[in-house]
Design a protein around this ligand. Structure first.
Ligand SMILES: *Cc1c(COP(=O)(O)O)cnc(C)c1O
Length: 429
């Protein structure tokens, strides 16, 4: 069931017309569906309800505290990659014991905050980081629960920029150094080894790379146990892809992914940890935007919309595809072909080229689908465009969960040094 769909020719988010949100909040704006977040989380969680599993939602996909609170109430844990994300997860009501901390460059302060909170596990990516974590833990009179993120050297992920499990990537402990690294960790009094972690990439559309990684890690777990390490958890990261509506490979449904994972890990006697991000959030949100101008070019027509690459970076960063539909259902007898672009002074500010869609005019509203993950979370204020707001729909009501700042709000964070304020041509902000 689609929660962004037409009712009598106009697109709704659940039971709220998108045109109402555009009128009341303005555009561009992200609109999320509580029902979709709930369904995606539950489909995933239920497919693992018969095993010992922690679903640690990857906060970086969509980190709004209202989104996190929605998932927290369904029982989700969190995978965080910064002290800021840790704070968000805790504020949203995700218990520390369900939080895992990933990332290649944790700082001492972030380690202290996570140790103080009492998180489930640190996913450590290098010996250098391990020594610092040991040091911080000892200073605080604590021991840090640790899994090493190992790099299984498998190819996965829909784009070079979202492949993370190859040996040339910056992520994880090199496969050939894994056992040595565990042996070293076992000598450190501030460290308690608890598990193994991998995350091989994102937007993965077939099961083969998961199978390869799980099989390799299964062998590693046996060798680590034989060497005397206590391995109680196996975190296989996130990465399961979602359909974006184009004809690219359709990812397997969570049920098939779950069947594979359960078959391969049945004898491992571990707690399984999952870090899904895109799979939960991707199709739970759209970016709602207004057509500013239709520019008739020499050999192509441009649809200039009020959303731009600063609001949704994925097409510019990963050549990503997003389905685009009009909010008022179009006349399919009047098709046109457009390059859909934003107002930013970069050629990369292009959402799609040569896309056929029903004829649109200035003032029409459109949605870019599948924008709930890596959309608002990656937004910036480039070109002094205020940070795009976010709205969460729940049935027939909605709430603004991140307000659009004014230009004054943006300028308030900047200041003039004294040697510039004396100039009579400089106005006070
Ligand atoms: C980004 C990331 C995830 C989430 O990936 P998805 O493709 O969104 O599921 C999980 N774990 C780690 C360590 C990540 O960096």
């Amino acid at each position: 069931m689609r929660h962004f769909d037409y009712q009598n020719g106009a697109m709704f988010a659940e039971d709220v017309p998108l045109s109402r949100i555009a009128d009341e909040v303005g555009t561009p704006v992200y609109v999320y569906s509580t029902a979709t977040f709930t369904r995606h989380y539950q489909v995933f969680a239920e497919s693992f309800s018969d095993i010992d599993a922690l679903i640690a939602y990857s906060v970086k996909a969509n980190s709004n505290i209202a989104v996190l609170a929605t998932l927290a109430r369904l029982g989700a844990g969190a995978d965080v990659v910064s002290g800021g994300e840790l704070k968000r997860a805790l504020i949203a009501g995700i218990p520390a014991r369900k939080i895992v901390f990933s990332g290649v460059g944790k700082t001492r302060i972030e380690m202290q905050d996570a140790l103080r909170a009492g998180i489930h596990v640190f996913n450590v990516e290098s010996l250098a980081e391990l020594y610092v974590l040991n040091d911080v833990a000892l200073e605080m009179g604590k021991t840090a629960p640790v899994a090493f993120r190992v790099n299984p050297d498998v190819t996965a992920g829909g784009h070079a920029k979202i492949s993370t499990g190859k040996k040339e990537n910056k992520f994880g402990v090199a496969w050939s150094q894994a056992e040595k690294t565990y042996a070293e960790a076992a000598t450190l009094p501030g460290i308690e080894i608890v598990g193994v972690d991998v995350h091989i990439g994102s937007q993965i559309s077939d099961l083969a790379p998961f199978e390869a990684a799980i099989t390799k890690v299964g062998g590693l777990i046996k060798r680590l146990r034989a060497a005397g390490h206590k391995i109680t958890s196996f975190d296989i990261g996130g990465g399961l892809g979602i359909p974006y509506g184009n004809n690219a490979a359709t990812p397997p449904p969570p049920s098939e992914y779950a069947a594979l994972v359960k078959r391969l890990t049945a004898d491992m006697d571990v707690e399984m940890i999952f870090e899904p991000g895109r799979m939960i959030a991707g199709n739970s949100g759209v970016l709602l935007s207004e057509v500013l101008y239709v520019k008739r070019g020499e050999d192509r027509d441009f649809l200039i919309i009020d959303a731009a690459m600063n609001d949704l970076l994925r097409p510019a960063l990963y050549d990503a595809y997003h389905d685009i539909e009009p909010v008022r259902q179009g006349n399919l007898d009047k098709m046109e072909t457009y390059d859909v672009v934003g107002p930013i002074c970069e050629s990369g500010d292009t959402f799609t080229k040569g896309r056929e869609m029903a004829k649109l005019e200035s003032g029409d509203l459109i949605v870019l689908h599948s924008a709930g993950a890596y959309g608002a979370a990656q937004a910036s204020q480039y070109n002094t465009r205020p940070l795009v707001p976010e709205v969460l729909v729940n049935g027939d009501t909605y709430a603004v969960i991140r307000a659009r700042p004014s230009v004054e709000d943006i300028l308030k964070t900047e200041s003039m040094p004294d040697w510039l304020t004396k100039d009579e041509n400089v106005t006070d902000i």
